[in-house]
Design a protein around this ligand. Structure first.
Ligand code: AMP
Ligand code: ZN
Length: 111
């Protein structure tokens, strides 16, 4: 999607602090971290939000969660735990309309 910030990051048109990339997803550090470890994982395919997911996205979601688990092990936050969050829509606090999973860790997170 041409006017989407995260599509532009995937395309390399806007710089990002890349954590990981494969054929289907891209991970990068959040520009405004809310925890010592805070990165985002996004599908390369533009999907507006979790509200647009269907049964046909099951493999994509499984892959993204497996990537998150691997990255958290590599970054040393898996043992103490971490949080995965996806915000949906205005009331959910979604500011970028491209599906993304926040991954937060590295400290005891507020409830
Ligand atoms: P949300 O509010 O759930 O839509 O999350 C959007 C996230 O994207 C926020 O945590 C922002 O800090 C982050 N963000 C916005 N622009 C950038 C950028 N250029 N690079 C990295 N993270 C960004
Ligand atoms: Zn997009």
């Amino acid at each position: 999607m041409s006017d989407c910030l995260f599509c532009k990051i995937i395309a390399g048109e806007i710089p990002s602090s890349k954590v990981y990339e494969d054929d289907v997803c891209y991970a990068f550090n959040d520009i405004d971290p809310q925890a010592p470890t805070h990165f985002l994982v996004i599908p390369k395919q533009h999907i507006d939000s979790a509200a647009a997911l269907t049964e046909s996205d099951a493999a994509l979601l499984g892959h993204i969660y497996a990537v998150i688990a691997d990255l958290c092990r590599q970054l040393g936050v898996a043992e103490n735990g971490y949080r995965v969050v996806t915000n949906v829509g205005a009331d959910g606090g979604q500011s970028v309309k491209h599906l993304h999973f926040h991954v937060l860790g590295g400290e005891k997170l507020p409830v």
